[in-house]
Design a binder for this molecule. Structure first.
Ligand code: GDP
Ligand code: IMO
Ligand code: MG
Length: 422
């Protein structure tokens, strides 16, 4: 491994959490490199079942340091609740650190997220998680943001807030949201400093030392390539970069220091929120995928849109990230289908595309499918490649071919041991 980026290859919810939990058992450092509590990373292990939003999924190994990286955005209230939940389940959370360069989500960011979403015209809704992600990254990009390190220094914090608050209040008034005061935000940040101040560090020395000394470092991405701010289905994207490039920036690691990029690929497709989704199924098969795969958002509980596997999206993700291998998850969900479809290209008019075009074109594409026979056998007990039925192996191999890289793991259930290592 030494440095491995774990990247969602589709529209999010591919099973990054379960893979990071698995690999995290042998990691020295796990860094969440972007996003905030819009994430819902599910982990099922001996401690119970958790939907982690901010805490890296390496937390279950007490000797693994877990860092919320500089590229992430932090809602301290969510973080406190999450730490409490973990502690109640007897998880040792002493090794959780927060990079002082990460940005702070303030309560008005969430309110603005909701208001901005409500202001979008019919059909243009992003379907955000309403966690304030867009507004906080916008403040970061316009250099108005409050960083985690700022809350350690009340004088600096007050100065920063005195510049930010009047600007935000103008927007809040525009949306009919009550104005905020510097004093109220100062008090909130003081509570956070009190509760979590000792965990705030400059992550760079920790990360540099780990990489230089060849420790095993995992970079945990949030969401997936199709919702990357630049290469996803803009404007139906998140506001950061879930890709391997985003991992370098968000974790503070040079591109050449990443040894492996593991793409997490669900054996079919799901998407939460707006935007094009070419292989979407609105029929009984889509409903069946949702039911068997329990495809409901880990953060918002929304039903996920479900569809057949999209090989074009995977090839695109592979190019953008330079995957060195992929983990195929939720293969067991397909155990119950007579036939399966795999999208291998897009058609737009007379043109055949083997890559994901820009959103306006993607909205018009028609998937070209291969039809595959289902294996109709329970795979959830399989622990070796040979345990899988031949038709399931053929289907997984076809996914590997479309990705153009080796399959490293096949996951056949949510539990930690329900995995096949290749
Ligand atoms: P993430 O956001 O990428 O970490 O993925 P989510 O946690 O949002 O969604 C994945 C869901 O599938 C969770 O409920 C997992 O417990 C579950 N899951 C993960 N891998 C498997 C698998 O191989 N089979 C089944 N049946 N469920 C899985
Ligand atoms: P994990 O890490 C699935 C989607 C939202 C919306 C768009 C932008 O669990 O895979 P945002 O709140 O980021 O401004 O929303 O992205 N979205 C996710 N979809 N899984 C997630 O996280 C998501 N985080 C955001 O539905 O369409
Ligand atoms: Mg999720």
């Amino acid at each position: 491994m030494p440095v491995t980026a774990v990247v969602g290859a589709q529209w999010g919810d591919e099973g990054k959490g379960r893979i990071v939990d698995y690999l995290g058992q042998r990691a020295d450092l796990v860094i969440r490199y972007q996003g905030g509590d819009n994430a819902g990373h599910t982990v099922v292990n001996e401690y119970g079942k958790f939907a982690l939003h901010l805490v890296p999924c390496g937390i279950f190994n007490p000797t693994t340091r877990c860092l919320i990286g500089a590229g992430a955005v932090v809602n301290f209230d969510t973080l406190l609740t999450e730490l409490e939940t973990l502690q109640k389940a007897c998880v040792d959370v002493h090794n959780l650190w927060i990079d002082r360069r990460a940005h702070v989500i303030l309560p008005f960011h969430r309110l603005l997220d909701g208001a901005e979403e409500a202001a979008r015209k019919d059909g243009w809704e992003v379907g955000t998680t309403k966690r304030g992600i867009g507004p906080v990254y916008a403040d970061k990009a316009s250099r108005q943001g409050i960083r985690v390190g700022d809350i350690l220094d009340p004088v600096r914090l007050r100065t920063r807030l005195e510049m930010l608050v009047p600007l935000k209040n103008r927007t809040l008034v525009y949306y009919g949201i009550p104005e905020v005061t510097v004093d109220a935000l100062m008090a909130l940040c003081a509570d956070w400093r009190e509760a979590l101040g000792e965990r705030i560090v400059d992550g760079l020395p920790m990360v540099r030392e780990a990489v230089r000394s060849g420790q095993r470092v995992l970079l945990e991405g949030q969401l997936g390539v199709m919702r990357d701010l630049d290469w996803g289905i803009y404007p139906y994207t998140t506001s950061s970069s879930p890709t391997a490039g985003g991992a370098c920036i968000g974790a503070g690691i040079p591109p050449r220091a990443i040894d492996e990029v593991l793409g997490i690929v669900k054996a079919y497709s799901t998407s939460v929120g707006g935007g094009p989704f070419p292989t979407e199924l609105t029929d009984a098969d889509g409903e069946k995928l949702r039911r068997i795969g329990e495809e409901y958002g880990a953060t918002t509980g929304r039903p996920r849109r479900c569809g057949w596997f999209d090989g074009v999206a995977i090839g695109y993700a592979c190019w953008l990230n330079g995957f060195t291998g992929v983990a195929v998850t939720k293969l067991d969900v397909l155990d119950h289908f007579d036939t399966l479809k795999l999208c291998v290209a897009y058609r737009v008019g007379d043109e055949i595309l083997d890559y994901v075009p820009d959103t306006a074109i993607q909205e018009q594409v028609e998937p070209i499918y291969e039809t595959w026979p289902g294996w109709k056998t329970d795979t959830s007990q399989a622990r070796t490649w040979d345990d899988l039925p031949e038709l399931a192996r053929a289907y997984v191999n076809r996914i590997g071919e479309l990705a153009g890289v080796p399959i490293r793991f096949v996951s056949v259930g949510p539990e930690r041991d329900q995995i096949i290592v290749l």
